[in-house]
Design a binder for this molecule. Sequence first.
Ligand SMILES: NC(=O)c1ccc[n+]([C@@H]2O[C@H](COP(=O)([O-])OP(=O)(O)OC[C@H]3O[C@@H](n4cnc5c(N)ncnc54)[C@H](OP(=O)(O)O)[C@@H]3O)[C@@H](O)[C@H]2O)c1
Length: 312
Amino acid sequence: MKAAVVETFDAPPRYGEFAEPRVEGEHEMLVDVLAAGLHHRVRSQASGSHYTSSGVLPLIPGVDGVGRSPDGELRYFVLPHTAFGSMADKTVIDLRRSVPLAADVDPAAIAAAANPVMSSWIALRHRVDFTPGMTVMVFGATGSSGRLATQVARRLGAGRVVAVGRDARKLAALDVDATIDLSAASADHRLATEGAEADVVLDYLWGPVTARALRAIVPARTDDQRQLTWIEIGSMAGAESAIPSAALRATRLSLVGSGQGSVAPGDIVADLGDIASEIASGAYHLDVRKVPLSQVESAWEATDDARVVLIP
Ligand SMILES: NC(=O)c1ccc[n+]([C@@H]2O[C@H](COP(=O)([O-])OP(=O)(O)OC[C@H]3O[C@@H](n4cnc5c(N)ncnc54)[C@H](OP(=O)(O)O)[C@@H]3O)[C@@H](O)[C@H]2O)c1
């Protein structure tokens, strides 16, 4: 079969031949892949830099996708740790990590949005005691996952949504209650004002941005006993952050993460059906760019804002 193949961690995958994976377990099924999203998670899998990387090569990248089963049913699936990812003509899915889709869904729309939607959905549902009316700040709100996080927070009942980013033009296009431009001179003041009564931060940035924001927000809290749950989801601004120790003592701050490992697989799987049907209903907006799998090498270099979906 044809596949995107990673032979070395320091170059993009190449389009080539790969042996078809075999069904081994009783819950497994070989499916024809219809669409696979090129997410950050997949880029780090292909560069060997993800924290789950085993270093084994060659591998086919791709952590999720939409496939067609032998009886014609469409399924959205999430793959376990495997060298046989979704960027191939065929892949083996575990039926317990997949959900059926309606026959008329757009496979590319589901493959593009499921992973970024899941990032905030799972965080709000499983990493914080989230209740309707809460104020949610999204750090990195101009990216695919961040933009969707502003929409997910609203749909799950947030009372106020604040978008934080560094691009004023992209921030202005978001349907949120307030925005904070990190590159503006007023950024620290705005972080303090909006953070004073925030309940949840969905953080896709980390690095110096998070340390700076905590220095601005913690002294500004109107009630030190009001819970602030800071959920680390991504690290676009840096893998490490110099968090001031006093931030954790001076106010009721919980610093948690959300991702593979910190959320039980069963909790993720239990929400897949709802996430897929929300996306299929058109509830979320995300720009999608479909690229034939044969062009995987050039797709890897894409820098536009649309989420790339590879089509075998
Ligand atoms: N844990 C999970 O479950 C999970 C799931 C999905 C994604 N993630 C992670 O979430 C992160 C974002 O993913 P994505 O899909 O949204 O990526 P994306 O679409 O490429 O967006 C990344 C965004 O980060 C912004 N950014 C980069 N460096 C920045 C900085 N120094 N200061 C402010 N903004 C900065 C960019 O801002 P500009 O618009 O200004 O360029 C861009 O909008 C990644 O680290 C990804 O691995 C985690």
